[in-house]
Design a protein around this ligand. Structure first.
Ligand SMILES: *Cc1c(COP(=O)(O)O)cnc(C)c1O
Length: 410
């Protein structure tokens, strides 16, 4: 066990002022919720905005709304390397997961595999994911989906505040979601947002959402304790402590479709006070850190808009044994280098036998080889230099293969 400066893999600081604003919101009825919703509507120029208890609750509501008009189609195409919550939401909505293989260079779909996945007439919708904040090619998916009557859900869970080719991430699909959970682009401890311009979909989502209970005092106080504890313990000077407590299960990835489905409570809406300015500050600080890693020789992700939107910095390490060693060393030195998701969706044990498709070799390889580097605002220049030094020692920055360099990643 390590005692001393330890970097969390991802972190979004919460200030005391924000926590006070959350507390005030607990006492002021619906005002904070209406304000947050109104600000989102304006910022995204989107008429239909909904606030849920988490990103996975938001995705479940979206899928349930699509299912109502889906004429019996029951499959959801998702990237085979993504957050386990995505698969859990599909199951929760009573639909079938169809994992589709990814391109290891972009972490977006392998487009040849996508065409196969969309064929067959059972696909209700396809999910386009800005993983680690890397903008996915939503337009390319749309072209393929529209002609087959397949809806496009934009999973912008990790990409709130992001932009690609001058357009805001979260406005590119038929409907989109953001997560406000821990370690996301913006965090209110927990929460989820749905955006859509479609009147039909908006009406269906409105109906489903209204039938859900709202988070009340109980969840508010729980989120408050979490915010206070986390606000302190996520700092690098103290993070070794929660990390050492096994029952907190920090950083563990579980597949669990039995999550809470509620509307967001006022405490979290209060925490979001000043979110636009905060997102801009967080983005600037992450970009500074990501640029440092890039200049130090870690190959940048592909695409002109990649670096500016990242919330973690993904790197593929070709040699699986070296990756293991790198992670061990990072743990010893408290550098916050993480593995992201432990397995491809196709390997989630609970889904065996119920998925609409079987293997995704490229996603399975990515799961074995990827590491994610922290770029959050708590990093100092010294931290960054130690991360780079670790890479130089273990791999040599020239030897890393980033999605974006071509070669033997496939
Ligand atoms: C975190 C995440 C989700 C789920 O959001 P929660 O708020 O944690 O439920 C969905 N998709 C992706 C890509 C995520 O990273």
């Amino acid at each position: 066990m390590r005692i001393g400066r330890t970097l969390p893999p991802a972190a979004t600081p919460l200030s005391f002022g924000e926590i006070l604003s959350g507390l005030r919101a607990l006492f002021s009825g619906d005002r904070a919720l209406e304000r947050f919703e109104g600000e989102l509507r304006e910022y995204y120029a989107t008429p239909h905005v909904f606030l849920l208890s988490s990103g996975k609750a938001a995705l479940t509501v979206i899928l349930s709304a699509l299912k109502e008009t889906g004429a019996g189609r029951d499959e959801v195409v998702i990237p085979a390397y993504t957050c386990y919550s995505v698969a859990a939401a599909v199951t929760r909505a009573g639909l079938k997961v169809r994992p589709c293989d990814i391109d290891p260079r972009t972490l977006d779909y392998d487009w040849a595999r996508l065409d196969e996945a969309l064929a067959g007439g059972h696909v209700l919708c396809a999910v386009s994911t800005h993983i680690f904040g890397l903008p996915a090619d939503v337009e390319r998916l749309r072209e393929r989906a529209v002609r087959r009557g397949v809806a496009v859900v934009e999973d912008a869970a990790q990409a709130m505040g992001g932009e690609a080719r001058g357009r805001k991430l979260g406005t590119l699909g038929d409907v989109a979601l953001f997560s406000l959970g821990r370690g996301k682009a913006l965090s209110t401890v927990s929460g989820g947002v749905i955006l859509t311009r479609s009147a039909t979909l908006g009406a269906a989502i409105d109906r489903i959402t209204k039938a859900l209970p709202r988070e009340g005092w109980c969840e508010g106080v729980a989120a408050l304790s979490y915010a206070l504890a986390l606000g302190a313990l996520v700092r690098p000077g103290l993070f070794w402590l929660p990390k050492a407590l096994p029952f907190l299960k920090l950083g563990e990835t579980v597949y669990d479709p039995h999550f809470r489905m509620k509307r967001l409570g006022p405490f979290q809406a209060g925490l979001a006070v000043g979110w636009r300015e905060k997102l801009a500050r967080l983005r600037a600080s992450r970009l500074r850190n990501a640029s440092f890693l890039e200049r130090a020789g870690l190959a940048p992700p592909p695409g002109e808009d990649a670096l500016v939107n990242l919330i973690r910095y993904p790197v593929l390490v070709e040699d699986v044994a070296r990756r293991r060693h790198l992670i061990e060393k990072s743990e010893e030195r408290g550098l916050g280098v993480g593995i992201a998701y432990p397995e491809a969706v196709t390997r989630i044990p609970e889904l065996q036998g119920s998925m609409a498709s079987g293997r995704a070799p490229q996603a399975e390889q990515v799961a074995e080889r990827i590491v994610s580097l922290p770029i959050h605002p708590y990093l100092t220049r010294d931290d960054l230099e130690r991360i780079v030094a670790l890479f130089n020692e273990e791999i040599g920055t020239g030897g890393t293969l980033h999605p974006g360099e071509d070669g033997n990643g496939t």
